[in-house]
Design a protein around this ligand. Structure first.
Ligand SMILES: Nc1nc2c(c(=O)[nH]1)N[C@H]1C(S)=C(S)[C@@H](COP(=O)(O)O)O[C@H]1N2
Ligand SMILES: [Mo]
Length: 168
């Protein structure tokens, strides 16, 4: 194959693959633990995108080691950075409303979706979190890393039992 036919083949492959990818949106097979709606570009259920835990675990993951005001000693949290989660559903907005299973709700500005800020955690100290342990999803920040994260505003955004995000 010469260079021209190779590049032609590549273009043809991309053109052929694009519509397939567009249709191939993943859907939950397990319990739905998070629903994202509002200003998003990717949906798998009506106006919303629903995730089970496996789907969230497929996204980029990070670990934060920090103390929190709710726990004793250093904690390891593993989860998806808020920015990566929102990018996965092609979110386009200035802020989100995060809602918990107990209907607690808080607004989080997109600024907290920048790296090194909000993490949507699904593991604490290596284990999934039960409902009574603020799971299965808990928005945490690297509190120990900076005094700026040790504020009432950030504590209020640290929503546990997160189950819905509306992008605005
Ligand atoms: N799911 C859930 N997350 C929540 C809350 C809540 O009531 N439910 N309260 C928030 C508020 S307003 C604050 S200041 C912190 C503090 O929680 P505390 O009441 O345990 O101190 O958690 C935040 N996360
Ligand atoms: Mo609060």
């Amino acid at each position: 194959m010469n260079m021209l036919s190779r590049s032609f083949a590549t273009v043809a492959l991309v053109l052929a693959a694009t519509p397939l990818l567009a249709q191939d949106v993943v859907s939950p097979t397990g319990d739905v633990i998070l629903t994202i709606d509002g200003s998003i570009g990717l949906r798998n259920s009506g106006d919303a995108f629903m995730f089970d835990l496996d789907m969230i675990m497929e996204l980029p993951s990070e670990e934060i080691v920090t103390t929190t005001i709710w726990t004793e000693g250093d904690q390891s949290f593993v989860g998806v950075p808020l920015g990566d989660l929102l990018r996965a559903v092609e979110a386009d907005g200035e802020r989100i409303t995060a809602t918990a299973i107990n209907d607690y709700a808080v607004e989080i500005p997109m600024e907290d979706a920048e790296p090194g800020r909000a993490l949507v955690a699904y593991l604490r100290n290596g284990e999934t979190m039960a409902l009574r342990d603020k799971g299965p999803l808990w928005v945490v920040y690297p509190y120990s890393a900076d005094d700026d994260f040790q504020t009432e505003v950030i504590y209020a955004r640290s929503i546990w039992q997160l189950d819905r995000i509306t992008v605005k």
